[in-house]
Design a protein around this ligand. Structure first.
Ligand code: ADP
Ligand code: MG
Length: 422
């Protein structure tokens, strides 16, 4: 398989920094449905197409030579058209389906080599699955449904009810604990499904089209519930979806499947900008990417130089002015040793500061250039950036400098979007 399409841990996702360790490693995974999988495997190795294999042997190739890694703490979305192998792939991860060949490692442990006991243990304690159909037990209360996984795991009643109430609160269903599923709307029932999965406090959640049966409004709401939960408690979540909007909203990285193969893995914006195949390109056409972009997504660190807070103002500001002139830039940003943004300076403001009888830092900072929050939607700042010639510094929630947004960057993104959808 082409290495460029299934990047390894160092290449995947692009940035290289904060690469969490792999939670799941999938290597050359194949699933053949039928009674003669060995024949199909051999034909796959000879490079025959799955349609041909089906025609000749009746064997169905569900997943074909999939290799990728899922990082600890990320939401990894598996996308593709119906029948592309998403459900098969996610079920291979916890061995609800037996692989025909290839490997799945979870926390370094080969799932294929686990015996029944270990497997049941893993599924009960560390890996929850949420399906599209809520699969709630109609005669049990919401509380008992939420506590089901704990009951199976042999946790005593008082303890499991306490925990179930906790997770019901997390999904906003405390008031419904004593009701039965039929008294709840579809969206609420899916929350119970989610609570049930969360109750065992798994480090890994597998969600197969979990929100697909919900209307758009409810789906949106559940995506928020999931993201909120994820903020408080980082789990690794594998999420199958056919909804691109959903993938953008919740996915840290996505894998695109076509005809049983994983054809591309990466950051959603990265994939949209550099689709590996026509199939992937077609998948993203017509989607307005700027809808999903945040200011942090487009901020760049190569546009505006940064300077440390000076200990010797005349010398260091003098050098800064020279540097700005030499690279033909007018603005710079000051950051402290922890990389927190202190403020914005320009050649003029530095000169003005140096002209004071007692130059001080405050005298050099431009107070009319606000920092933008990296998490803000790109669209919210369009007008502000378009109307101002100066670059805007972008900071994260802790005030750490992330990069700059300039009119040029803005225009580049809008132009890219035009060409991509042309
Ligand atoms: N139990 C099964 N027996 C035979 N074929 C199956 C089985 N499960 C799935 N398939 C086939 O495998 C392919 C992938 O299916 P699936 O993983 O359900 O796709 P998706 O979830 O992307 O819609 C399809 O061609 C489907 O018909
Ligand atoms: Mg499916």
């Amino acid at each position: 398989m082409d290495a460029a399409l299934t990047p390894g841990p160092s290449a995947a996702g692009g940035t290289g920094e904060n690469c969490a360790p792999a939670k799941i490693v999938v290597r050359n995974l194949v699933k053949v449905f039928g009674n003669r999988p060995a024949v199909a495997l051999q034909m796959l190795e000879q490079g025959l197409h799955k349609d041909e294999i089906f025609r000749c042997t009746g064997q169905i190739v569900g997943v074909q030579d999939a290799s990728f890694e899922i990082r600890s703490g990320e939401i990894f979305v598996i996308m593709g058209l119906s029948g592309s192998g998403k459900s098969t792939l996610i079920r291979l991860l916890n061995r609800l389906l037996e692989p025909t060949s290839g490997e799945v490692l979870v926390d370094g442990q080969n799932v294929a080599s686990m015996d029944r006991r270990q497997l049941i243990d893993l599924r009960r304690r560390d890996m929850s699955m949420v399906f599209q159909s809520f699969a709630l037990m109609p005669h049990r209360t919401v509380l008992d449904n939420a506590a089901f996984g704990l009951e199976v795991a042999g946790i005593d009643k008082a303890q499991r009810e306490k925990r179930a109430l906790q997770v019901l609160e997390q999904v906003g269903l405390t008031a419904f604990a004593r009701k039965h599923p039929s008294e709840l709307s579809g969206g609420m029932q899916q929350r119970v499904g989610l609570a049930r999965a969360l109750a065992v406090d798994p480090s890994l959640m597998l969600m197969d089209e979990a929100f697909s049966a919900l209307d758009p409004l409810k789906r949106h709401e559940m995506q928020h519930v999931l993201l909120d939960l994820q903020r408080d408690h980082k789990r690794t979540i594998v999420f199958v979806s056919h909804d691109l909007d959903e993938a953008f909203r919740i996915g840290d990285r996505i894998a695109i499947m076509e005809g049983g193969s994983v054809v591309q893995v990466g950051d959603p914006h990265e994939i949209a900008r550099n689709p590996a195949t026509d199939y992937v390109r077609a998948f993203f056409r017509g989607v307005d990417l700027t809808r999903h972009l945040t200011v942090g997504d487009i901020a760049r660190t190569d546009q505006v130089p940064i300077f440390p807070v000076p200990s010797n103002i005349p010398d260091e500001f003098g050098a800064a002015i020279e540097h700005l002139r030499s690279i033909k830039r007018h603005y710079g940003f000051l950051v402290d040793p922890a990389h927190r943004l202190i403020g914005v300076v320009s050649i003029d403001s530095l000169l003005r500061c140096l002209g004071q009888s007692r130059p001080d830092l405050a005298g050099a900072l431009l107070d009319h250039v606000p920092a933008l929050a990296g998490a803000s939607p790109f669209r919210e700042v369009l007008g502000q950036v378009a109307r101002n010639p100066h670059p805007f510094p972008v900071i994260d929630g802790k005030g750490i400098y992330m990069g700059a947004v300039t009119q040029t960057i803005l225009l580049e993104h809008l132009c890219d979007e035009e060409t991509r959808n042309a």
